[in-house]
Write a protein that binds this ligand. Structure first.
Ligand SMILES: Cc1cc2nc3c(=O)[nH]c(=O)nc-3n(C[C@H](O)[C@H](O)[C@H](O)COP(=O)(O)OP(=O)(O)OC[C@H]3O[C@@H](n4cnc5c(N)ncnc54)[C@H](O)[C@@H]3O)c2cc1C
Length: 379
């Protein structure tokens, strides 16, 4: 694997950084509330300006509003955004996995109608996967979709639906087969959230001001054109989507920045005289770097247009380790001061909690690594 940046990617990073420093000024999201009203309003405005410069979906094909650039450019963007607290807000999901799923599995009509608004930065999407009895065991989901003429009728409940309060569409999983069919009876629906029968209820959460929601679906009638891919064949879309999602947010970039700031704080407060603390810094930096390299291996596969592999599990697990190490270090050096709202360790600590659960928990990533990379038996 080539380990240095192509001159064009390096130049892009420089140009982008200068733009972001100017455009964002001193702005930095002080909280983890990607779904909060203040934050989503800011993201909506910012993302449109980014789209005007061709920097929202540079990696998409030009025919869908993209810039025809490669996966690396998209990743440079991701690193620079995530480092600054992700000013794209929930739209990081649109460009990372919603759009690519539509490009791969969508009909011409779905691509024509749904992709350009994403590329222009006009819409939010959310992800309706988890249910009260189907999280890790996602294939146990019970939300039903029943065909009725040219429509489907949806009934069920989703939970932990980030940003549903602000979203226009939901990338929703529903059961079109029987429960006994397991993953072979699941389909993906592209649900406009302002359809009658959809109710969004807020959940107060530890991870942010307002990120989580429940989604209740009662006799929600959608045209059959909302089905993505084939009926009952949604699982392969889910697998690919999750592979993209797992590495979509370059969490190590933010963790490394927080680590630098923690080092400054520790120097100013005389905490670096403790060699144990210095060792912890070295350990956390190593984990951030390891995560970065493992994520790059996944992006390298993507850039070569290979199917997503099990490396995504390693990359995700490494990112969680890096985030946790920096969060723990903040607590160790700053004590309870680290957890005061807006303090250095606060968002980091909470982000690391969320990262170890979302997109498949840390334990699940480890199980998959054992099975698919080490070839260990399932039980
Ligand atoms: C920040 C955040 C954002 C999220 N956003 C969304 C969203 O937008 N849309 C959405 O659909 N969902 C979302 N989720 C939900 C998330 O996908 C689920 O929380 C996750 O899949 C785990 O499911 P669960 O909460 O039901 O926990 P469970 O599946 O009940 O797991 C509980 C614990 O048991 C462990 N465990 C379970 N099974 C195994 C096993 N076989 N081996 C080892 N350990 C196991 C898990 O690791 C976990 O620690 C989000 C979660 C978080 C934290």
């Amino acid at each position: 694997m080539e380990s240095s940046w192509e001159p064009a990617d390096a130049a892009f990073r420089e140009e982008l950084s200068a733009y972001l420093d100017e455009e964002l000024g001193g702005w930095e999201r002080s909280e983890t509330g990607l779904g909060s009203a203040v934050y989503t309003d800011f993201s909506r405005r910012f993302v449109r300006r980014l789209a005007d410069r061709g920097w929202l979906t540079p990696h998409w094909p030009e025919e869908y509003g993209g810039g025809g650039q490669g996966a690396w450019q998209h990743f440079v963007l991701g690193e620079e955004m995530w480092k600054r607290g992700e000013p794209r807000g929930p739209q990081y999901m649109n460009v990372n996995w919603v759009g690519p799923a539509l490009i791969k599995y969508g009909t011409q009509e779905q691509k024509r109608t749904l992709l350009p608004p994403i590329a222009r930065g006009e819409v939010f999407w959310c992800q309706g996967f988890s249910e009260p009895e189907a999280g890790t065991d996602l294939a146990a989901l019970r939300t039903r979709a029943v065909r009725d003429g040219d429509d489907y009728i949806l009934n069920g409940q989703k939970i932990w639906t980030s940003y549903a309060n602000a979203a226009d569409h939901c990338f929703l999983l529903a059961r079109t087969g029987t429960l006994a069919d397991g993953r072979d009876g699941i389909s993906v629906f592209l649900l406009p959230l302002r359809t009658p029968g959809v109710e969004v209820r807020r959940i107060e959460g530890l991870v942010g001001e307002h990120s989580f929601n429940e989604l209740f679906l009662t006799d929600v009638r959608v045209p059959a054109g909302c089905l993505l891919g084939e009926e009952n064949k949604g699982w392969r879309i889910v697998r690919r989507t999750l592979a993209y999602e797992r590495v979509g947010a370059p969490r190590y970039a933010r963790a490394a920045l927080v680590l630098d700031r923690l080092a400054e704080w520790s120097r100013a407060h005389g905490r670096l005289r403790d060699t144990g603390v210095q060792e912890q810094f070295g350990h956390a930096r190593t984990l951030c770097e390891a995560a970065r390299v493992l994520v790059y291996r996944v992006i390298d596969e993507r850039a070569k247009e290979r199917e997503p592999s099990a490396y995504a599990y390693q990359a995700r697990a490494a990112m969680v380790q890096a985030e946790r190490a920096v969060g723990d270090l903040a607590l160790d050096v700053m004590g309870s001061e680290a957890l005061v709202e807006g303090a250095l360790g606060d968002a980091q600590f909470r982000n690391s909690l969320g990262a170890g659960i979302a997109a498949g928990s840390y334990e699940v990533q480890l199980n998959l690594i054992s099975r698919l990379i080490l070839n260990l038996p399932k039980e």
